[in-house]
Design a protein around this ligand. Structure first.
Ligand SMILES: [Zn+2]
Length: 420
C-alpha cells in the first residue's frame, strides 16, 4: 500500500493516522493491507458552491458533501453567492444552520465582501469575522478600488483572507467564452484575459499597500500567473488556486455545449501551458474545483445561453492524476501539497483523522450520470481518467464507501499476488 505521510513543516496538518491504527479502528480496512491501494490525507477544496440556502434545486449541503467525499475531499469552503448572501451576522447564521444540520464533512462558509455581493457597500466584515473562513464576492469582481481597499484594511485588522474573483466588468462586457480564435470563428462574444489580469494587478497593488492576506481564485491565464509570480518574489502575501479544467482544456477544444462554459472561460493553449508550468514550479499554491452545479435546463442552452459553471469535485483528483502525474509532469507528493497541505495551511484548516483510499489503476470514462452531485455538466464527460475513490473517512467515520469497487480491487490484487 502506498501511504502519504504529512510533511513535518506543516504543524496545522499533523500526521495522518498510520495504517496499523487505522486497521484497529476499522476492520474493513484490514482488507486493504496489500498492493493496489493508495491512502491519502483528506483533500481540501477552498472553492466550491453548495447553493444552500437559496438554490437547493442546483445542489444542497448534503449532495455537495456526498460529491466531495466521492472525490476524496473531507474539507471544503463554500462561496457566498447564496440567497440570502451571507453578508451579516444574521445571514451567516442561516448558512451555518444548514451546514450544522446536513454536512457530512468539514464545511467552512465564506462571508461576502460587499452587501448582497453588489459591490456597493461593505458587508459586516467585523461582525462575521469569527464565523467565516475568509471573505469573497466570488462570481463578481469588486469594481470599486476604494471599496476593495477598505475591505482589505478591515480584513487585515480581523486577520482574515480576502479571496478575489478578478474580473473587470467593463472589459468582460457581455462575453461568455474566451476572446480567441474559437469565439471569432463561431461568432461568439469573447471575454478577454485582460478582464482578469487588470483587476488582479489592481488587487496586488492594494494588497501590497494594506498588507492583507490575498488569495486569487481560479487563475486562468498567462499574464495573471506572471503577475502572481512577481508579487510572490516581491514579498506580497498572496496565494492562488487554479482548477483542473484550466490545465486540461483550452479553447481549441471547445464544443457547442454548456458543459464547456464557466467563468473564467477556458483560455488559449499558451495560457493552459503557462498554468501547467505554474502548477509544476509551485507558483500555483492549490487546486480548487470551483464546483458550481446548475440544473440540467440551465446547462442545456449551448455556449451562449447556458449558466456559467461546471461541477468538479468528483473528477478533480483523477483529472490531475491522469493528466499531470501519469504524464510525469508532477509527482504525487506535489499533488498532496496542492490538494491537502497548502490549502489547509493557508486557510488554517486542520487535518484530523481524515483520509481516502484509492485504486489508482482503475481507469474508466467519466460518467456524469453516476455523480452524487446534483450537477452533471463537465467537460470531462467521456474522458478516460485513472483513479477511483473506494472509501473516504472524516473524523474517523466512513463517509463514503464504494464497496463493490473495493471488493473488486481486493480480488484483483489477490489474484495478481498469487500469479507472481
Ligand atoms: Zn469566481
Amino acid at each position: 500500500m502506498l501511504v502519504f505521510d504529512a510533511p513535518k513543516t506543516t504543524e496545522l496538518c499533523g500526521a495522518i493516522p498510520n495504517p496499523p491504527t487505522v486497521f484497529d479502528e476499522n476492520p474493513l480496512l484490514e482488507l486493504l493491507n496489500s498492493d493496489g491501494f493508495s491512502i491519502f490525507p483528506g483533500f481540501c477544496d477552498v472553492h466550491v458552491h453548495f447553493r444552500e440556502p437559496g438554490f437547493s434545486y442546483k445542489e444542497t449541503i448534503s449532495s455537495g458533501c456526498q460529491a466531495a467525499t466521492r472525490g476524496g475531499f473531507t474539507a471544503v469552503a463554500t462561496m457566498p453567492n447564496l440567497d440570502p448572501v451571507p453578508d451579516s451576522v444574521e445571514n451567516i447564521g442561516l448558512a451555518q444552520a444548514v451546514i450544522d444540520r446536513d454536512s457530512s464533512i468539514a464545511v467552512f462558509p465564506y462571508g461576502s465582501i460587499t452587501e448582497a455581493e453588489k459591490g456597493e457597500q461593505l458587508a459586516d466584515l467585523k461582525g462575521m469575522a469569527s464565523r467565516v473562513i475568509a471573505f469573497s464576492d466570488d462570481g463578481m469582481g469588486v469594481q470599486s478600488r476604494e471599496l476593495m481597499r477598505e475591505a482589505m484594511v478591515l480584513a487585515k485588522e480581523v486577520g482574515k483572507i480576502i479571496a478575489v474573483h478578478c474580473e473587470d466588468e467593463k472589459l468582460k462586457d457581455d462575453g461568455y467564452i474566451n476572446d480567441g480564435e474559437y469565439a471569432r470563428e463561431h461568432g461568439h462574444r469573447g471575454i478577454p484575459a485582460e478582464s482578469e489580469w487588470r483587476e488582479l494587478e489592481r488587487d496586488l497593488e492594494l494588497a501590497k499597500d494594506t498588507g492583507v492576506a490575498l488569495h486569487i481564485c481560479h487563475v486562468s491565464c498567462r499574464e495573471s500567473i506572471e503577475l502572481i509570480r512577481v508579487a510572490k518574489i516581491d514579498g506580497i502575501d498572496v496565494s492562488c488556486e487554479t482548477a483542473p479544467h484550466y490545465l486540461v482544456f483550452d479553447d481549441a477544444m471547445l464544443e457547442e455545449d454548456g458543459r464547456f462554459k464557466m467563468n473564467p472561460p477556458l483560455r488559449a493553449q499558451a495560457d493552459r501551458l503557462a498554468m501547467i508550468e505554474a502548477v509544476a514550479d509551485g507558483t500555483v499554491d492549490m487546486i480548487a474545483t470551483d464546483h458550481a452545479p446548475h440544473s440540467e435546463s440551465e446547462k442545456s442552452r449551448g455556449l451562449a445561453g447556458s449558466a456559467f459553471g461546471i461541477v468538479g469535485l468528483e473528477t478533480s483528483f483523477p483529472a490531475i492524476y491522469t493528466y499531470l502525474v501519469q504524464t510525469g509532469i508532477i509527482s504525487l507528493e506535489r499533488v498532496m501539497e496542492l490538494f491537502v497541505y497548502r490549502p489547509r495551511e493557508r486557510f488554517g484548516i486542520a487535518l484530523g483523522n481524515d483520509f481516502s483510499i484509492w485504486n489508482l489503476e482503475d481507469t474508466a470514462p467519466v460518467r456524469p450520470s453516476e455523480f452524487l452531485s446534483k450537477g452533471r455538466a463537465t467537460p470531462f464527460a467521456g474522458r478516460i481518467l485513472s483513479g477511483r475513490c473506494l472509501l473516504t473517512v472524516h473524523n474517523g467515520k466512513t463517509v463514503y464507501l464504494d464497496e463493490k469497487a473495493l471488493q473488486e480491487t481486493k480480488a484483483r490484487t489477490c489474484k495478481s499476488e498469487r500469479t507472481h
